[in-house]
Structures are given as structure tokens and as C-alpha cells.
Design a protein around this ligand. Structure first.
Ligand code: NAD
Ligand code: WQD
Length: 338
């Protein structure tokens, strides 16, 4: 079985390729390397002993996208990660986000239709829920107006796929990720942000390694037990395993509707200070921190109800917060020695 993984050289995609290969599935990575490095292919093969095919293609280009599908001609499914994902940048440059995230998806869906590829797993995000009125968040929780152009592209991406499923024989699963952090246990792949990270975990590890002076803690006056904001952090390897379950469900035609939606989280919220404490415990390093006002656009607290994924996909997140911070630090250290 051959799976096309768009954005497969990126953070989540590379972990998913490892899991797919370890399940005996052939994978083809397509990536334009706008936010990834080519050596990830070699790193994946060092983990699995198998080298995935790699295609350097910009999915914004419809002809190149179609040529890629025609070249292989036997994809059984697509997992679509390719997108830009920096929330702040999307506010400053919305058209870059609409162009890339929407066009890449539309071109992929058009090529799939032309070559009769019937299954897609789509990377969606808890950002579609905004600040929910009731916690934890189920898949039935009403979606809120996204707070950023990036969030809009996820909401619109889901809608485009829903419409295409209505109009054709396409079958889809939307996976709404909460906050993926951590790295593969080999420390060969992980999150490698270009530039200054926005996200908490890479900022913590870069502070610990000395690349950043201190960690800013955005807000200590939230209505939470320690005053810092709460998220549902999930280990990227756990997240990756849910993609294998989702693909199995689609290709074995076990899905009950043309489009299904699953939250991927642990079901437990952790505060910023709890993540910092976990990092300090697992690394033995005391982080320099500075209390700052709230970051504009941040929600106070959000965590998943993952019951549907637990029951229907038969998937549960296994790894603890300490596993997440420990593996993220191991990866950061590996990257520093080269
Ligand atoms: P990432 O930036 O590491 O991976 C995305 C990959 O897509 C990169 O390798 C990039 O080079 C590639 N890409 C981007 N545009 C492309 C194009 N036009 N053609 C070909 N390749 C292209 O990001 P990630 O964290 O691995 O996220 C993967 C997906 O999951 C994204 O769709 C993101 O929006 C979604 N998501 C991420 C998070 C998170 O916190 N990391 C949370 C929810 C959803
Ligand atoms: C987590 C918490 C920050 C950095 C983003 C996207 C979301 C999804 C996941 C893709 C917050 C605090 C952070 C720092 C801090 N991505 N923080 N100091 O904002 O929950 O979600 O990534 O779909 O759409 O919005 O993740 O890691 O940026 O922040 O105090 O230097 O850590 O304020 O409370 P977020 P994050």
C-alpha cells in the first residue's frame, strides 16, 4: 500500500512517515522544504531502515502536483500536512497563508479526483474551537470564528474537503490536533523551527541550550489554578500513531460516514508552569523565565475530550508530559552536536 504524505519532511509528517513505514506501508514524501530540511529523509531511514521516496514539489503548482500523482499512479491514500502554520505570521501576511494552505489543498484534491485516489486524512487543529464555553472539547463543540488567518485556513480546509466528499467518492478524516510537542525516542527527528520559535516547547529547549536568554511566560493572571494558560499537550509519537489508525479505518472502509472528525489530545490540560516544571525535572536544568502580560489572541484554557478517538479509532495517548519534555530536550541536544 502506497501513501502520499504531503509536508512529510516537517515536524509531525516525519513522525507519521516513521509510523507508516513501521506498519509496512510504502510512503512517498512530497515537500517544498519551505519549513524543513532535506536530511530528514536520511534520518527517517536511520530509524526505520527504509528510505521513503522524496519529491521536491510545491503543491501550490497544479501541474507539478498532477505530474507527481501521475508519476506514481498508485497512491491508496493521502495524508495532508503541507501548510504554513505560524499564527502570528498569518496575521501579518494573510494572503501567504490563504495562497499556500488553500491552493495546496485544492490542487491535491483535484489530482486525487483525476487519479481516483479516494482517501484523505487532513491535519486540522483545536484552533477551530477558539475559547470553548464548555470543557473538555468534544467534536460536537460548536466551532468559533477563528482568531487568525491560519485558523481560518484550517476551518476552510475542513469545509472544502466536506464539500468534495459530498460531490465525489472521496472519504476523509479530519484530525483536530491539540498541542503536539516532544520528539521521536531516537532523537533523530523532532521539531526544528526556523527562526525564533512562537511555540512553548521549542522556546523552552532553545532557552535551555542558550540560544534564547529567557523564556517569557505569557500571562499569570488567567482564571486557572496557577494563573498560567492551560493546553492539552500531546506527544508527537502518540499523535503520529493516530494517523495509522485513521488510514486503516479509511482503507478498510470501516468509516461510518464520508467525513469523520476526531480530536487528538490526552484529555488532560497542563499549565505553562507545569510544562516548565516538567522540563526542569527531566532535564535537570533551571530555566530563566520572565513574567509577561498575556499574549494577544491566546485562549485561557482548552483541552480535549478524546473519547471518540479512544473508542472508534481504538487509540489512546500513552506518553506523559515528562516523556514529552524529556524527548524534546534529547532532540535539541542532538541537533546542537550536529
Ligand atoms: P511543519 O511546518 O513542520 O510541516 C509542514 C510541512 O509542509 C513542512 O515540511 C513544509 O516545508 C511543507 N510545506 C508547506 N507548504 C508546502 C507546499 N506548498 N508544498 C509542499 N510542501 C509544503 O508543521 P507541522 O507542525 O508538522 O504541522 C503539520 C500540519 O499539522 C500542518 O498542516 C499544521 O497546520 C497542522 N497542525 C500543526 C499543529 C502544531 O502545533 N504543530 C497543530 C495543529 C495542526
Ligand atoms: C502554548 C502556551 C502561550 C510560548 C498554537 C496555535 C494552534 C496550534 C498549536 C496549529 C500558551 C504559552 C508560549 C512562550 C509562553 N497550532 N507560551 N511562552 O498558542 O496553544 O497553539 O500551536 O494548529 O493553532 O495557536 O501553542 O505553544 O504557542 O503556546 O508562555 O514563549 O504557552 O501563551 O499559553 P498555542 P503555543
Amino acid at each position: 500500500m502506497k501513501i502520499l504524505v504531503t509536508g512529510g519532511a516537517g515536524y509531525i509528517g516525519s513522525h507519521v512517515v516513521v509510523e507508516l513505514q513501521q506498519h509496512g506501508w510504502e510512503t512517498v514524501i512530497v515537500d517544498d522544504l519551505s519549513n524543513a530540511f532535506p536530511d530528514v529523509v536520511d534520518r527517517i531511514s536511520r530509524i526505520t531502515g527504509k528510505t521513503p521516496d522524496f519529491e521536491l514539489v510545491d503543491l501550490k503548482d497544479p501541474q507539478a502536483t498532477f505530474d507527481l500523482f501521475r508519476k506514481y499512479n498508485d497512491f491508496q491514500a493521502v495524508i495532508h500536512f503541507a501548510a504554513h502554520k505560524a499564527v502570528g505570521e498569518s496575521v501579518e501576511n494573510p494572503l501567504k497563508y490563504y495562497r499556500n494552505n488553500i491552493l495546496s489543498l485544492v490542487n491535491t484534491l483535484e489530482a486525487m479526483a483525476l487519479l481516483n485516489v479516494r482517501h484523505i486524512v487532513f491535519s486540522s487543529s483545536c484552533t477551530v474551537y477558539g475559547q470553548p464555553d464548555v470543557l473538555p472539547v468534544t467534536e460536537e463543540t460548536p466551532l468559533k470564528e477563528p482568531l487568525s488567518p491560519y485558523g481560518h485556513t484550517k476551518r476552510i480546509g475542513e469545509a472544502i474537503i466536506n464539500d468534495q466528499c459530498q460531490a465525489s467518492n472521496l472519504q476523509a478524516i479530519h484530525l483536530r490536533y491539540f498541542n503536539p510537542i516532544g520528539a521521536h525516542e531516537s532523537a533523530l527527528i523532532g521539531e526544528l523551527p526556523t527562526g525564533i520559535p512562537d511555540n512553548l516547547m521549542p522556546y523552552i529547549t532553545q532557552t535551555a541550550i542558550g540560544k534564547r536568554d529567557f523564556l517569557r511566560i505569557w500571562g499569570t493572571d488567567y482564571n486557572t489554578p496557577d494563573g498560567t494558560a492551560i493546553r492539552d499537550y500531546i506527544h508527537v509519537v502518540d499523535l503520529a500513531k493516530a494517523h495509522v489508525k485513521s488510514l486503516e479505518r479509511l482503507v478498510n472502509q470501516q468509516n461510518s460516514e464520508p467525513v469523520e472528525v476526531f480530536n487528538l489530545g490526552t484529555g488532560t490540560g497542563c499549565s505553562v508552569l507545569e510544562v516548565v516544571e516538567s522540563f526542569e525535572r527531566t532535564s535537570g536544568i533551571k530555566l530563566k523565565t520572565q513574567i509577561m502580560p498575556r499574549r494577544p489572541g491566546d485562549v485561557e484554557k482548552v483541552w480535549a475530550d478524546p473519547t471518540r478517538a479512544n473508542q472508534i479509532l481504538k487509540w489512546t495517548a500513552q506518553r506523559s508530559l515528562d516523556d514529552m519534555t524529556k524527548s524534546a530536550w534529547a532532540f535539541q541536544k542532538t541537533m546542537e552536536v550536529g
